[in-house]
Ligand binder design. Structure first.
Ligand code: NBP
Length: 472
């Protein structure tokens, strides 16, 4: 049998679909999975009748691959990825290329790129987004590592990726762990948008008393607007329309209100704090998941901590453009993207990643979970002004903010008068109001720090560092 073009390790949800995608695009493949029965099940099931061979062990796996080998690992991030690298390394030869498509922490990828490349193997850390369907039909892929390693797999990735009007949803991101860094930030933005849609649902249900069907209609309306048309709005409509097959009630109402966080949202926030990037909307979404996980404490607190009753308030309906609620959703979504792009631009300078903002927006336009029409505007904004310091300053986005800020403020006031938490909406308003305020009250913070700790302060009227004996 002739040698296969492409090897895959890890037949989980993602690996299985990615190898079917590669095979469909003309790359004969060989698959290996730690538990061999999964390989057999796959070859007898979805992999049957295709140019896909199985391998029982890693020796057999590498023997079945043409050289230089191109091997994609789709295993659990962390220790499992290190274990696979350690086990396969003795079988690799100079020029072979390992690609980690899992959700690895970017610092791990930096370490692995250095280690593997010192042994003359290529190593690519590649973020993959799109879930099972995206993996099969065309995901968005964010590969980072040395450019020559990327060049060796460019044609494969170009064919496998989602396609949009201006190309495929993959490009060389940059050196080291940059691909996984960009994927991490992608997931941080995703956390933000999911929470924003959840907050809009909570308000529509509790303030306006809307049914699942009515809320789904709002999502359908939003999905036809330039500002909100996106995959996440589309699937929110589906979730809201879906009925429990047992009794026909809205299924979403039967789901426990506890959301997990697998790591990438947390890593986004940690990276942002380390880099000095302000990401309050994304942070609020992470914190909302943490709060949601405290179910029993919240049940206890509800009996003790009393709040106001629900205020009668018009959040809008489809006939009036769903304003002001749509204002809140649009501005918070814009803030999530703006904060994500801000982390990327600071990281690019700090870690010498040399990230291309328009290209990143371009490869997120298809295949991935945060794909949306807004990304075309983001791509244009960074193309029009490569030095753009914050997305909110682009004329199109600035116009959105200037028109929609009063609506966002009204929604937050209704929520707070009704005792309904809207952490992403509130953080967005504070973010925008802080950003557009040239003089913030941190002069007083600096005075206090100098008062108790002689930390010194700068003055607005002259150069230098100053100290005052405040307590004399
Ligand atoms: P999982 O994250 O559930 O990983 C399952 C695979 O990892 C199986 O093949 C399993 O082998 C293998 N594995 C584990 Br667990 N420990 C191993 C070890 N010590 N040595 C060798 N293999 C090991 O699968 P997934 O959901 O397909 O995700 C794969 C990667 O892609 C993850 O890093 C994930 O974060 C990332 N990702 C997932 C999605 C998604 O939507 N699911 C999207 C984007 C990225 P076994 O069969 O023998 O247990």
């Amino acid at each position: 049998m002739s040698k296969a073009h492409f090897g895959l390790i890890g037949l989980g949800v993602m690996g299985e679909n990615l190898v079917l995608n590669a095979e469909r695009n003309g790359f004969s493949s060989v698959v290996y999975n730690r538990t061999f029965s999964k390989t057999q099940d796959f070859l007898n099931g979805r992999g049957a009748g295709k140019s896909i061979q199985g391998a029982k062990d890693l020796q057999d796996f590498v023997n079945k691959l043409e050289r230089p080998r191109r091997i994609l690992m789709m295993v659990k991030a962390g220790a499992a990825t290190d274990a696979v690298i350690q086990k396969i390394s003795p079988y690799l030869q100079e020029g072979d290329l390992l690609i980690d498509g899992g959700n690895s922490q970017f610092a791990d990828t930096e370490r692995r790129v250095a280690e593997l490349e010192s042994k003359s193997f290529g190593y690519i850390g590649m973020g993959v987004s799109g879930g099972a369907k995206g993996a099969l039909e065309g995901p968005s892929m964010m590969p980072g590592g040395t450019k020559s390693s990327y060049d060796a797999i460019e044609s494969l990735l170009n064919k496998m990726a989602a396609q949009v009007d201006d190309g495929s949803c993959v490009c060389y991101i940059g050196p080291g762990g940059s691909g996984h860094f960009v994927k991490t930030v992608h997931n941080g933005i995703e956390y933000g948008i999911e929470q924003i849609l959840a907050e809009s649902y909570d308000l529509m249900k509790r303030v306006s008393g809307m049914s699942g069907e009515q809320m789904a209609n709002v999502m359908s309306y939003w999905n036809q607007t330039e500002e909100l048309s996106s995959y996440l709005v589309e699937i929110t409509e589906t979730c809201l329309r879906t009925k429990d097959p047992v009794d026909g009630d809205d299924l979403v109402e039967k789901i426990m209100d506890k959301a997990g966080q697998k790591g990438t949202g947390l890593w986004t926030v940690i990276s942002a704090l380390e880099l000095g990037a302000a990401v309050p909307t994304i942070y609020a979404s992470l914190n909302a998941r943490v709060m949601s996980s405290m179910k029993s404490k919240r049940e206890e607190a509800q009996l003790i901590l009393k709040g106001p009753s629900i205020e009668n308030f018009d959040l809008g309906d489809i006939s009036n453009g769903m304003s002001p609620l749509m204002d809140a959703v649009v501005l918070s979504t814009i803030a999530s993207y703006a904060q994500g792009m801000e982390i990327l631009s600071i990281a690019s300078a700090e870690y010498n990643y040399n990230l291309e903002m328009p290209s990143i927006a371009q490869i997120w336009k298809g295949g991935c979970i945060i794909r949306s029409k807004l990304l075309k505007r983001i791509q244009d904004a960074f193309n029009n002004d490569p030095q753009l310091s914050n997305l909110l300053l682009d004329p199109w986005f600035a116009d959105q903010i200037n028109r929609r800020l009063p609506g966002l403020a009204k929604v937050i006031s209704c929520a707070s008068n009704s005792g309904i938490p809207v952490p992403c909406f509130s953080s967005t308003l504070d973010y925008i109001n802080s950003f557009r305020t040239s003089r913030l009250p941190q002069n007083l913070v600096q005075a206090m720090r100098d008062c108790f700790g002689s930390h010194t302060y700068e003055r607005v009227d002259k150069e230098g560092d100053f100290h005052t004996e405040w307590l004399n």
